[in-house]
Design a protein around this ligand. Structure first.
Ligand SMILES: *Cc1c(COP(=O)(O)O)cnc(C)c1O
Length: 827
């Protein structure tokens, strides 16, 4: 990363100082941040306040100042920051544009080749693979993760320095007009387009329009690489760039392409045959799927088009690995959490993982440990790299560092005295016992050859192979799908009751807090206390508060749902005992569900009068619950509930000195009755991937899997399982899986009612489901012990499983037992 003095930087972006101009010549800017939540290096950081669709960076300026940030770029002249004598604030009319301008200026300072990759799929994989293939030949800087957006690209380009000799940046767009801006920043010399698919098609008139938009990235290129088999891409490139630019095309079928590739597939490997200067040769890749083959061909085309195919590069094709772009969070021994990082091991991904660690440890409230291997990274000398690592470890306040590998070992003097170092994973394993780790958040970050999965196995708590993967990205995606149906100012409460519908408590709440949801709702006080103890700060409402827990609730800042005069009096008494004032409460109004809630305007009026008079409590919200928001047959009833709610809530809203939030809609309500959103909504099942309409395109969040324990043949006349229900008439192959009704795999799924997915096939349950085991019919299929079985997820839909069980998705999710290991995935 470059270091630019703030005064020069302000000149680059045509900024005007609102304050701090006098010192700006002495302020070195090393890092740039646009996200107040993932900020680390506060002292040398410049914060760009960007107005996004969902968040506005300007809302966090004071908070950032309190955290120690002193340098800001803003797009409003009216900022509270000017009060602070040591703040430097630069005004520009458009902060995002200023960030682009800055990145474009940085880019202009370097003259080594820059490859830009665009296309609908495979951008990140092609980028990572090219890095793997060429890292010994070239010092390569590349976009971190899949940073390819309007903010991701400038942040990637900002990292360019003279230490490299090739840059690879991804560029992704979702609507017209975006690519030209990215092209200006990247200014590529070589372009590669992977393919044109259906992604974001809704924003374009036609595929051709989208292709043309993407190809704008290549205006500055001297060379463009593409696949000729994609007719549209070929045709658009020709008409746009014709004879002006050198084109390098590859094809599986077309002799006139620059590179003709014949792919010979085996089960898990593929050989790519091709000719170089008329001579036949080949490379092998350890993949058999079409997408991987296509991605490898793009890489091969780049390598050949730039004359870099050596024997060593050829060999490297055979050791390419799937690009895992995920973090996994698991329960560890002795109340530890294990964060397993499978990103390629580089310094950017280390920083991203440390940010995740910080969040899991609630920013220092829990001890943070890092077990780190040597990092292979081009562009740095070994001592330099260790120095950067040491800086990050300090910056992210890692409490315990365990370094593994010769490099770190050699440079251990650069680290704090209590850090420990080992030359190899074996040495580490010989030295530690699991009991040496307690109550820590542990990040495992190791390059592949260090085989950190052995450390993970050593530190993990549960070994039951029946597990549930929760995809945190999908969860956030779903949150945003629902938010998009609402006005920007409408608040969102998320229901995390019942172990977040079976998905886990603290982990889900952390992800939601990071997304800045306004409220979390739990069912009982215990669930709320657990969240507070884990460091969750978001306001929490307890839906079923019980009297004996009221003082604990007050202590842990849990806000009660008050559903009767009696509960009000009890809570008020507790508030008096603890001498609190202005404590938020929520009143529930009964409008047709006939569950908890006030149905009398008179009772409400009494409370509405007492609360402001006495000052101990404050009515923060009033709400009601819809009985049938998912059923069009009852839409008239739903609207009646709304009317009733309006009338009764008015009694409260009109009389309070403070604004009172009203909320009525659950997930189905948000989808179907957006006009009734009031000031807040309560999102539940939708977040976890169950929507009313396919149009909302919610994503699957939970994947429930197990692993085959044993496979056996059963001959005709025999039976399978208890009560001999599984009759065998033809020879059958049966697989036994370690999941039963004690895991929540309902006994009603017995005898073919339920089905699972194994190796690409749907297989029925055979016989009765046992407490801890189930038998499935895999006759005629290649299924072996150790194969993964999906019980629910992308192949076996939650809704379908619920139907087979004769129930609703809510019961399926909340019925998956605690014995099933929850693993959190972050991509
Ligand atoms: C559980 C619950 C919700 C959420 O309902 P979904 O159908 O899961 O969206 C909303 N409000 C109340 C009062 C609830 O108990």
């Amino acid at each position: 990363m470059p270091i630019i003095q703030l005064n020069r930087l302000a000149a680059i972006i045509n900024g005007k100082f609102l304050c701090g101009q006098d010192v700006a010549a002495h302020v070195p800017v090393k890092t740039i941040s646009i996200d107040s939540r993932t900020l680390a290096d506060v002292s040398s950081c410049l914060f760009f306040a960007i107005k996004g669709v969902r968040h506005d960076g300007h809302d966090y300026l004071e908070e950032l100042y309190r955290k120690g940030v002193r340098n800001f770029v803003v797009s409003t002249e009216d900022t509270p920051l000017v009060r602070y004598s040591d703040a430097c604030v630069v005004f520009v009319p458009d902060t995002l544009e200023a960030l682009r301008q800055l990145a474009a200026t940085v880019r202009h300072g370097f003259h080594y080749p820059v490859l830009a990759i665009t296309g609908s799929n495979g951008k990140t994989i092609v980028k990572e693979w090219l890095f793997e293939l060429l890292q010994d030949e070239l010092k390569i800087i590349r976009s971190p993760k899949s940073f390819n957006s309007q903010v991701g690209v400038p942040l990637s380009v900002w990292n360019m320095t003279e230490n490299f000799d090739l840059a690879i940046f991804e560029a992704g767009i979702s609507q017209p007009g975006e690519m030209e801006k990215l092209a200006r920043i990247i200014l590529p010399t070589v372009g590669l387009i992977t393919n044109i698919g259906d992604a974001h098609q809704e924003n374009f008139q036609s595929q051709a329009e989208k292709a043309d938009e993407k190809l704008q990235l290549f205006e500055s290129c001297e060379l463009i690489i593409y696949c000729k088999d994609q007719e549209l891409v070929h045709q658009r490139i020709h008409s746009k760039f014709g004879n002006e630019v050198s084109l390098f095309s590859w094809s599986f079928t077309d002799n006139s392409a620059d590179l003709l590739i014949r792919a010979e597939k085996e089960a898990t490997a593929t050989t790519l045959y091709f000719k170089v200067n008329g001579e036949g040769t080949s490379v092998e890749i350890p993949f058999g799927d079409a997408a991987s083959i296509e991605n490898a061909c793009h890489c091969l085309a780049f390598v050949l088009a730039t004359n870099r195919l050596t024997e060593q590069v050829k060999r490297r094709f055979s050791s390419l690995q799937a690009v895992a772009m995920r973090l996994e969070l698991k329960q560890g021994v002795n109340n530890c959490s294990l964060i397993n990082d499978y990103y390629n091991s580089d310094i950017n991904s280390l920083e991203i993982a440390l940010q995740f660690l910080n969040r899991q440890a609630s920013f220092g409230k829990q001890p943070q440990s890092l077990i780190l291997s040597d990092i292979r990274q081009s562009g740095f000398t070994s001592g330099e790299l260790a120095r950067v690592v040491a800086r990050l470890v300090k910056l992210y306040r890692v409490n315990r560092l365990i370094g593994i590998g010769e490099e770190l070992w050699k440079h251990q003097a650069l680290f704090a005295a209590d850090a420990v170092f080992f030359r190899s994973t074996d040495e580490f394993l010989a030295h530690f016992r699991p009991s040496d780790f307690k109550n820590e958040q542990i990040l495992l970050k190791g390059a592949r050859e260090f085989r950190f999965e052995r450390i993970a196995a050593f530190l993990q708590k549960k070994y039951h192979q029946t597990q549930m993967e929760i995809n945190l990205n999908a969860l956030v995606e779903n949150l945003n799908r629902y938010k998009a149906l609402l006005k920007p100012e409408t608040k969102v409460m998320v229901m995390v009751k019942a172990f977040s519908y079976g998905s886990g408590t603290v982990e889900i709440a952390r992800a939601l807090e990071f997304q800045q949801v306004d409220y979390l709702a739990v069912a009982v006080a215990d669930e709320g206390i657990e969240l507070r103890q884990a460091g969750i700060e978001t306001p929490i409402i307890v839906m079923n508060p019980e009297e004996h827990s009221f003082e604990m609730m007050l202590e842990y800042r849990l806000e009660p749902n008050i559903y009767s005069t009696e509960v009000f009096q009890q809570f008020d008494a507790a508030a008096r005992r603890l001498a609190v004032s202005d404590y938020p409460i929520h009143l529930k109004i009964e409008t047709g569900m006939h569950r908890l809630g006030f149905s009398s305007a008179d009772e409400l009026a009494v409370i509405a009068r007492r609360v402001p008079e006495e000052g101990r409590l404050r009515i923060r919200s009033v709400f009601s619950h819809l009985a049938a928001s998912d059923d069009s047959m009852h839409d008239a009833f739903t609207r009646q509930q709304y009317q009733r709610f309006k009338e009764l809530s008015d009694v409260v809203v009109r009389t309070q000195p403070n604004p009172v939030i009203r909320h009525l809609l659950n997930s189905a309500g948000i989808e179907r009755f957006a006009d009734l959103q009031l000031e807040m909504v309560r999102l539940g099942i939708g977040l976890y991937g169950v929507a009313q309409s396919a149009a909302l395109q919610v994503e699957t969040v939970a994947r429930w899997t197990t692993v085959v324990s044993q496979v056996k043949d059963v001959v005709p006349g025999e039976t399978v399982g208890y009560s001999r229900k599984g009759r065998v008439e033809q020879p059958k192959k049966v697989a036994i899986i370690p999941v039963g009704y004690a895991d929540g795999y309902d006994r009603r799924l017995s005898n073919g009612a339920g089905k699972v997915w194994v190796n690409g096939h749907i297989c029925p349950v055979i016989g009765n489901i046992c407490m801890d085991m189930t038998m499935i019919d895999v006759t005629g299929l290649a299924v072996h012990a150790g194969d993964t079985v999906e019980l629910m997820g992308g192949q076996i839909r939650l809704e379908e499983l619920a139907r087979w069980m004769g129930t609703i998705p809510y019961e399926v999710l909340t019925g998956i037992s605690q014995r099933v290991h929850r693993i959190y995935i972050q991509e």
